[in-house]
Ligand binder design. Structure first.
Ligand SMILES: NC(=O)c1ccc[n+]([C@@H]2O[C@H](COP(=O)([O-])OP(=O)(O)OC[C@H]3O[C@@H](n4cnc5c(N)ncnc54)[C@H](O)[C@@H]3O)[C@@H](O)[C@H]2O)c1
Length: 349
């Protein structure tokens, strides 16, 4: 675990952390937050810039003296080794992934390559760079930690009973190629802790929303189509439930788990904001009707479309562990976070 003394003063030595996939949605919200909060950290962002990565998401930090971008693939072992040795990496926070369930149904292979093989490559290079042999660290790497960012989708789907919630002890039951690839990567992380004693943390988070999310995802699609007066597609009967978390609340949870979480543990992060997809669409239309009125309500554009194959009915997180053990709490509820989000997209679209 990183030693708190490591970032006590502004002048002490910089600690370099490898962050992956930070040209994407969550990472690009995380990087400015983390750079600002920890003046002793330097961040190296390794991102392949797939269709989901966009460097304009990181405009505010592109010239930051403690930030560096490297374009490359997390499955490229040679490159990952080069980065560890060149920058003397002392921590990893791993966001990079193929992340869109619909794409995983059409083209699962890249999900296995990136999410499974990529996570393995990072773990194995970290283990060999930081440790001499199982459970024995090299002297200067005793505090190094590998934090894997994962999803609640690994747990499968829930019944409609509000008391039925995902806890850290819920058995894994992934249903899509995306969630199966994330579940597999979680298992590999676990094995590196159990077998080699690597200092690992896994956080499994619910659906995020906020600025900088890719156009393909639900909330940006609703906002964009409404503004373009195009049909707003809602899968099936619109009653699928997700537990929505404002992206900065997720970033704060990652920060806490990275610094204070217990090695080898998993923490679920979720906002206790269960909403049906149709509620989300209607709420966004209602807010847009006020912020950018049109001749008729945007809600007239809502159109039900054929359901996603294997569409999980309900996800909801029990966040008690991170709340009680690490003192994490979501600052936004859906109704407050969505207004900030819509205001951001109104500037973008
Ligand atoms: N978005 C959510 O609601 C959510 C919720 C829980 C967990 N997560 C997890 O959080 C992480 C980040 O999600 P996101 O929504 O920001 O994803 P995203 O799709 O917006 O961004 C993924 C980033 O990873 C990069 N990338 C993809 N393949 C790569 C490779 N082979 N090498 C290097 N970089 C590569 C992409 O270029 C992109 O910048 C993922 O691991 C995801 O599973 C996301």
């Amino acid at each position: 675990m990183p030693n708190k003394n490591q970032f006590k003063t502004h002048n002490s030595k910089l600690i370099t952390i490898l962050v992956t996939g930070c040209a994407g949605f969550i990472g690009s919200n995380f990087v400015p937050y983390f750079l600002e909060k920890y003046p002793n950290y330097k961040l190296i962002n390794l991102d392949l810039l797939t269709y989901a990565g966009d460097l304009s998401n990181l405009k505010e930090v592109e010239n930051h003296p403690r930030y560096e971008f490297i374009k490359g693939d997390i499955t490229n072992r040679e490159l990952v080794e080069y980065i560890f040795t060149t920058f003397d990496i002392k921590g990893v926070i791993h966001f990079a992934a193929e992340s869109h369930v619909d794409n995983s149904i059409k083209n699962p292979e890249i999900f296995i390559q990136t999410n499974v093989n990529g996570t393995f490559t990072l773990l194995d290079v970290a283990y060999k760079y930081w440790m001499k042999k199982p459970f024995i660290h090299k002297d200067e790497y005793k505090e190094c930690r590998f934090h894997h960012i994962s999803t609640d989708e690994v747990y499968g789907t829930l019944s409609q009973d509000p008391k039925d919630l995902f806890t850290e002890n819920t058995p894994y039951a992934p249903n899509s190629p995306y969630s199966a690839s994330k579940a597999s990567s979680d298992m590999i992380v676990r094995s590196y802790h159990e077998t080699y004693g690597l200092d690992t943390i896994i956080t499994n988070c619910s659906n995020n929303y906020g600025p900088k999310q890719h156009d393909e995802k639900l909330i940006p699609t609703i906002i964009r189509n409404a503004l373009l007066q195009k049909p707003i597609p809602i899968y099936g009967d619109g009653k699928n439930i997700r537990d929505w978390l404002y992206v900065l609340d997720h970033c704060k949870g990652i920060d806490l788990a990275y610094h204070k979480g217990k090695s080898g543990e998993t923490y679920n992060i979720g906002g206790r904001n269960e909403k049906t997809n149709i509620y989300i669409a209607q709420k966004i239309c209602e807010i847009l009707d006020e912020l950018k009125p049109s001749n008729t309500s945007y809600s007239n554009l809502i159109t039900y479309v054929e359901d996603r194959a294997g569409h999980d009915k309900r996800y909801a997180i029990d966040a008690s562990k991170i709340e009680n053990k690490l003192d994490w709490k979501a600052n936004e509820n859906f109704e407050s976070g969505i207004v900030k989000t819509i205001e951001w997209y109104l500037k973008k679209y």
